[in-house]
Design a protein around this ligand. Structure first.
Ligand code: AP5
Length: 215
């Protein structure tokens, strides 16, 4: 099964994907995480992506498609896949169809997470991320046991540079202009499109998400 998690920045795609992947053993593929890892490793891709990410703009489609193509190659053909933060444009969606078709697969389901902008802004202003293991916390909702320290690996938590108010505003605009149209695009495809309200606490959203994907 190939499932796309679609939704604006801060809606909880990563939080929900990690929980489901951990519990059912599916592969979680987050292009944001892959790009941040490339930046930390100082690769050419990381250097090229940096300015786009810091400005809250999308990284060019060609770079993203190469990254995803390479990453998907390493996933066994029978594994369930949760795509988080990809695709974000119709060009990426078309590219993904080609990559999946080559291995006899297709997008089975698109889950659209929804929450009002005020809630997204609150979540992103409180988000603290672990640069080492990728764990995500929130000073308002799910604080770490020790302030500023990752519960999972003990590294110092960071407030992502692109979670600053002015960048968040741009990311929301970019989502509305370039990614939201994918909901209609997938509505015309064979994939099932299901909306899940992401306003409730994390466990409640997870329950709805699991119902939507039949787990
Ligand atoms: P990316 O990392 O993908 O960012 P995003 O899509 O903007 O999503 P976020 O990671 O900000 O939010 P999320 O929905 O995963 O929320 P989370 O679970 O963390 O992309 C970053 C950048 O990389 C892009 O701007 C772009 O430049 C580039 N990029 C990435 N992919 C690309 C692509 N395909 N094409 C081109 N460019 C690309 O939750 C947020 C916070 O809320 C957390 O603190 C969490 O603890 C909390 N929270 C979650 N759920 C709840 C809840 N139910 N109740 C209360 N708090 C909650």
């Amino acid at each position: 099964m190939v499932v796309i998690l679609l939704g604006p920045p801060g809606v909880g795609k990563g939080t929900q994907a990690v929980r489901l992947a951990d519990s059912v053993g599916w592969e979680h593929v987050s292009t944001g995480d892959l790009l941040r890892a490339a930046r930390r490793a100082g690769t050419e891709l990381g250097r090229k992506a940096q300015a786009f990410m810091d400005a809250g703009e999308l990284v060019p489609d060609s770079l993203i498609l190469d990254l995803v193509r390479d990453h998907l190659k390493g996933i066994p053909p029978e594994a369930g896949i949760l795509l988080d933060g990809f695709p974000r444009t119709t060009a990426q969606a078309e590219g993904l169809d080609g990559v999946l078709e080559a291995v006899g697969r297709r997008v089975d389901q698109v889950v659209v997470f929804e929450a009002p902008d005020e809630e997204l802004i609150r979540r992103l202003s409180g988000r603290r991320s672990c640069p080492e293991c990728g764990a995500v916390f929130n000073v308002h909702f799910t604080p770490p046991k020790q302030e500023g320290i990752c519960d999972r690996c003990g590294a110092a938590l960071v407030h992502r540079a692109d979670d600053k108010a002015e960048t968040v505003e741009n990311r929301l605009k970019v989502y509305a202009a370039q990614t939201e149209p994918l909901i209609e695009w997938y509505g015309r495809s064979e994939a099932a499109v299901v909306a899940v309200s992401a306003e409730a606490p994390v466990d409640d959203v997870q329950r709805e998400f699991r119902k939507a994907v039949g787990h």
